[in-house]
Write a protein that binds this ligand. Structure first.
Ligand code: HEM
Length: 721
């Protein structure tokens, strides 16, 4: 196997060695390479008789088909993968000896798998859930897996509770409902009895749980890890991924509609972006914490329900990952990839976080069954780019043919090889952390403040983000049948913020907010202490996604052009030009596939008809003017398209006669330009212009509105609800 020479395509070349051109100009064969003469008929006794036992060709084909399925992942079954590369900005030698963090000229190949957690393999992408963000770095020191999520904290503090958590959130065991959703009794029953989950609950109720795109979400390693440098000095580190397209979300109504119209919405978005050269980019960030600094925090770094606020320890951006290649085969790569938080390289080490410690056991254990035995590291997507030498042998599906008679160490017969790495070599050596204490099953007292950071999160949200959290609570708890479970969650939330609890209660028939958690006395769950962290919760700006104009413009945004015969060519061309030159995409949508003709005779290919798409699939909408408006106004689908865009707070643009179409939509408080005038008007993300206006200025105003992603003022002032 080739040593990594520092190019992102090393893994591509390595995988290519196993690739087969499925459409090669050749004939069908059996698995033993014998040419097949008839692939349509079984071998039978007479042309209307039974199959004969000797039909090995049929039996081989059917047997293989019968065994095509492997178990889906017990969590994170639904996912999408992409290849790419990572480059560090400057050597991090002072912090870590990890090889891939030393040389800015080295491109380390990566494979990333994004996923949902709860839903089955065929479930919809846009459900409310945590997203997995797992990255395999094929480094020159072997593979490093950063197996993270798009939220920086987790529901539980100790791995002992993971099976309970997952059982409670998966479909209920008696009727296997609901699919891919936490909105049911067992999850909220469990959560209400596990106050340590409160901080994570707020993240999952926030819009972070319904990302606009895998390309537009943050990633977090969650646990505290260690960086260890060549001198053996250790510092704590938290890993982050920062998307260069910003962090953006859908709205809940839109997410639900997308789950029906395009269950592959995120998978398609990732695939199409890479196919069209819009390579997703993420910066790797680190928060580095000195051992003595950690002692001064009012939370425990080993507690995975806590963040290190960016105001306390800034995130240093140390490198960039670019995803530039789609997998060649979904099963071979995305399905068979096996991540494991235990896959670290010299320079990166673990901490005693009891959630991480449990994960270190779980992944290989589950993969032994999922991938059918102990040799899954030989599957091409899992192989490192460096050579593998050890004395592990045999087992199902062994690929490597080990030569020679030695399969043990030490050996003199094999010349002592393979031998342990010498003290002067880069090798995995556990950081020598001093340990003492009683063997015990107890939760550290330093883990007992379950509410301060939940309050910090709530305080840091903008009013619109708070409204969305309350709306999510009304949905999730509204689906809970047991009133006492709703009551308990409200009382839990009262310990975070009274206003939050009261707003939640108002939508779910809970009439009293007490904040009383004495119900926990009947259960063994770790109780919160009554003393919050010494520091006041305050506000952390980094926790809010709603930070005004994000400055990402229209890059990779999809804009619908609603068209019909007779469309105004000038305004359409101005909008198309402004969007494509900003890196966005336009799609022509009309009643029927084929083409539409403009007022001046220009022909436009239709990309989608209304039976093949819905408005929720686009970031913004432009309504064509000219005589097309007469046709558009008569189409229910068009009016619904625009109404949905308005409801979902998306930018909408119309010029000239198309302004009239917007007038017939209920849009209280939005100012529109006079369609016959020469002004450009931007009001709550609705951009309109008179037929005499400068169309370049109109298009520029539309582009600016798209750059803001969503126009929440519509929700804030109650235009939409
Ligand atoms: C005790 C806690 C946890 C346990 C026992 C656990 C266990 C598992 C298991 C069994 C899988 C399926 C692996 C496979 O079949 O290949 C999995 C997948 C995954 N887990 Fe965890 N997990 C835990 C917590 C977490 C946390 C805190 C994170 C985020 C930091 C996380 C991120 C992921 C991701 C991203 C995947 C999907 C990997 C892929 O794309 O193949 N897990 N986990």
């Amino acid at each position: 196997m080739a040593e990594s020479n520092g190019t992102g395509s090393d893994k591509a070349r390595a995988l290519h060695g196993d690739a087969v051109d499925a459409t090669a100009d050749t004939h069908l064969t059996t698995n033993t390479g014998v040419a097949i003469g008839d692939n349509h008929n079984q071998l039978t006794a007479g042309d209307r008789g039974p199959t004969v036992m000797e039909d090995h060709v049929f039996r081989e084909k059917m047997t293989h088909f019968d065994h095509e399925r492997i178990p889906e992942r017990v969590v994170h079954p639904r996912g999408s993968g992409a290849h790419g590369f990572f480059q560090v900005y400057e050597p991090l030698t002072d912090l870590t000896c990890a090889a891939f963090l030393q040389d800015p000229s080295v491109k380390t190949p990566v494979f990333v798998r994004f996923s949902t957690v709860v839903g089955f393999r065929g479930s919809a992408d846009t459900v409310r859930d945590v997203r997995g963000f797992a990255t395999k770095f094929y480094t020159s020191d072997g593979n490093f897996d950063l197996v993270g999520n798009n939220m920086p904290v987790f529901f539980i503090q100790d791995a002992m509770k993971f099976p309970d958590l997952v059982h409670s959130i998966k479909p209920e065991p008696h009727n296997e409902m609901p699919q891919a959703s936490a909105a049911h009794d067992t999850f909220w029953d469990f959560a209400s009895l596990m106050p340590e989950s409160t901080h994570m609950l707020l993240w999952v109720l926030s819009d972070r749980a319904i990302p606009r795109s895998y390309r537009m979400m943050e990633g977090f390693g969650v646990h505290t890890f260690r960086f260890v440098n060549a001198e053996g000095r250790s510092r704590f580190v938290k890993f982050h991924w920062k998307p260069l397209l910003g962090t953006h979300s859908l709205v809940w109504d839109e997410a639900q509609k997308l789950a029906g119209a395009d269950p592959d919405f995120h998978r398609r978005d990732l695939w199409e972006a890479i196919e069209s050269g819009d390579f997703p980019e993420f910066e790797l960030g680190v928060q580095v914490i000195e051992e003595d600094q950690a002692d001064s925090f009012d939370f425990d770094l080993l507690d995975a329900t806590k963040i290190v606020p960016e105001e306390l320890v800034p995130v240093r951006r140390v490198g960039k990952m670019t995803l530039d290649r789609n997998p060649a085969n979904f099963f071979a790569e995305t399905e068979q990839v096996a991540f494991h938080p235990g896959h670290v390289v010299p320079g990166i080490d673990f901490t005693n976080d009891p959630l991480l410690q449990g994960r270190l056991f779980s992944y290989v254990d589950t993969q032994l069954i999922r991938l059918g035995g102990p040799n899954f590291n030989e599957i091409p997507i899992n192989r490192p780019l460096v050579d593998v030498h050890n004395n592990q042998r045999d087992g199902f599906m062994r690929q490597t043919v080990h030569e020679g008679r030695v399969s043990y160490e030490p050996s003199s017969l094999g010349g002592g090889c393979p031998m342990q790495a010498g003290g002067d070599m880069r090798a995995l050596r556990a950081f020598g952390e001093r340990m003492e204490g009683l063997k015990t099953r107890t939760r550290s007292e330093t883990f007992a403040d379950h509410f301060s950071q939940a309050t910090l999160f709530w305080n840091s949200q903008s009013e619109i983000e708070k409204q969305h959290i309350v709306g999510a609570l009304h949905f999730e708890l509204g689906k809970v049948e047991h009133m006492h479970v709703r009551q308990r969650v409200v009382d839990l939330l009262a310990n975070v913020d009274r206003d939050l609890a009261e707003r939640a209660a108002a939508g779910i028939g809970v009439t009293e907010v007490t904040g009383d958690l004495s119900y926990l006395d009947d259960y063994a769950s770790p109780k919160p202490n009554d003393v919050r962290g010494a520091a006041a919760p305050g506000v952390s700006r980094a926790l809010s996604m709603d930070q005004g104009d994000d400055g990402h413009g229209v890059r990779t945004r999809k804009v619908a052009l609603l068209a019909a015969d007779g469309f105004d060519e000038g305004s359409l061309q101005a909008v198309q030009e402004a969007i494509t030159s900003g890196g966005g995409k336009t799609m022509v949508i009309a009643k029927l596939l084929g083409s539409v003709t403009g007022g001046g005779g220009m022909s436009l290919d239709v990309d989608k008809s209304h039976v093949t798409t819905i408005g929720a699939e686009y970031d913004a909408v432009f309504v064509c003017g000219g005589s097309a408006v007469e046709h558009l106004q008569e189409q229910d689908e068009v009016m619904e398209f625009v109404r949905q865009a308005f409801k979902h707070c998306k930018p909408i643009a119309a010029a000239g006669s198309a302004v009239e179409l917007l007038q017939s939509i209920d849009r209280p408080g939005v100012e529109l330009a006079d369609g016959d005038g020469s002004d450009v008007t931007s009001s709550h993300g609705v951009v309109t212009a008179g037929s005499g206006a400068d169309m370049a200025a109109f298009a520029a105003a539309f582009v600016e509105a798209i750059g803001k992603h969503r126009h929440w003022s519509r929700e804030l002032v109650g235009m939409v609800g």
